[in-house]
Design a protein around this ligand. Sequence first.
Ligand code: FNR
Length: 182
Amino acid sequence: MKVTALCGSLRDGSFNMLALQAAQKLAPEGMEISIESIADIPLYNDDVRKRGLPAAVAQLRQKIAEADAILISSPEYNYSVSGVLKNTLDWVSRAPEPPMEDKPVAIIGASIGMLGTARAQYHLRQILVYMNCFAVNKPEVFIGMADKKFDENGELTDPVAIKLIGDQLIALQKLTIRLAAK
Ligand code: FNR
């Protein structure tokens, strides 16, 4: 089972990127998670889309199309998803053949605040409804106070987060199998 992962933060040392790297190690047997960069995705412009997809967009759409499932980790910016993630999803959501349509999606998030991106994750779930994706409902993974949850090597050390990510990936695996059997 191939999972394409997207990180909603572009900064070096991003806690959300570290969370995705932790997920790679916690993936259940048979699941492979590859993290695809969104750093080169340009700002969405429908005129540009009509002229032809920019290379970075076409490449990412291809990776998403080839994946069985998607994993997203985003910071919360002003109570929502980051602009760079929303911009990327806008590119991915449009014709021709939006590659995330019908795909299962798991959501995690890390923030230095107490709520661990809860508010952003509910916005993301709403976006995924329009994109006709199937989000894993439970368990939710909110990594609050992220500055205290990773060690100096960037390893996730919080046992609760480790357990939740592992359980969520199993839920993603089950949902992917169920959707494929339709
Ligand atoms: C934040 N941060 C933040 N945190 C939060 O819990 N709720 C919020 O609404 C916001 N809003 C917000 C806006 C902007 C513009 C920035 C730059 C930051 C703090 C955020 O959680 C923190 O910077 C994380 O470290 C960002 O995630 P990465 O980059 O570590 O993955």
